[in-house]
Design a protein around this ligand. Structure first.
Ligand code: GS8
Length: 222
């Protein structure tokens, strides 16, 4: 039986982008994407992710897998014959999962505060966000990709946030290339060298305009 794959997503989601990149790296393109309305969640999303009620959800032959990093690991395990995302060495694999977890715990929250908060809260979030990027840049070091010479799990986890760089720069009033030049070069490398990335990241202008509109909706008085 052919695999039936359905992705519940919203196109600007960095978490959904991870899943799309991982599927593309495995050469999987024949899946159905169902865009969700997060302001009015549909029955399918509530049924497939009843605990968190978040996208993305990958439904594989009727069974849901939730949480983007777990979905990427699942894809890597199920389509083992394709391009490997996690290293077969448990220690290198654990290290990659550590850094992906760091990204989720440390980057997303302050990043969100940079474009949604104001005043002192925003200033603190900006410092935290830049600090987090600097830690990631130090981990990258001189390597082309986080895992070494080849694109892998941590790259998949982080590269969707490249779409957010211009949002962070605009609202935080700082320059990513001035703060973290190696990270910016890494992002260019990912987009230039991996079709999965160049095809799955949205157009920068469309993305930026979407965030401006979303911000207006979430904080109408600003
Ligand atoms: C985060 C998913 C998430 O926040 C993951 O999959 O990695 N840890 C999860 N999804 C957002 C859309 S992207 O910002 C979402 O579904 N939001 C709906 C809501 O907050 O109700």
């Amino acid at each position: 039986m052919a695999d039936e794959l359905v992705l519940l997503n919203v196109w600007p989601s960095p978490f959904g982008m991870r899943v799309r990149i991982a599927l593309a790296e495995k050469g999987i393109h024949g899946y159905v994407t169902k865009e969700q309305d997060l302001f009015n969640k549909g029955a399918l999303l509530l049924e497939m992710n009843p605990v968190h009620k978040l996208v993305p959800v990958l439904i594989h032959n009727g069974r849901p897998v939730c949480e983007s990093l777990l979905i990427v690991q699942y894809i890597d395990e199920v389509w083992r014959n394709g391009y490997p995302l996690l290293h077969s060495d448990p220690s290198r694999s654990a290290k990659a999962r550590f850094w992906a977890d760091y990204i989720d715990k440390k980057l997303y929250g302050p990043g969100r505060q940079v474009w949604l908060a104001t005043g002192e809260a925003q200033a603190a979030a900006k410092e935290e966000l830049i600090g987090c990027f600097k830690v990631l840049e130090a981990e990258l070091g001189e390597k082309p990709y986080f895992g070494g010479d080849s694109f892998g799990f941590v790259d998949v986890a982080l590269i969707p946030f490249y779409s957010w760089f211009s949002v962070y720069e605009h609202f935080g009033n700082f320059s990513m290339v001035a703060e973290c030049p190696k990270l910016v070069s890494w992002a260019h490398r990912c987009t230039n060298e991996r079709d999965s990335v160049s095809k799955c990241l949205p157009d920068q202008h469309k993305f930026f305009d979407f965030i401006l509109e979303l911000r207006e909706k979430l904080m109408p008085s600003q």
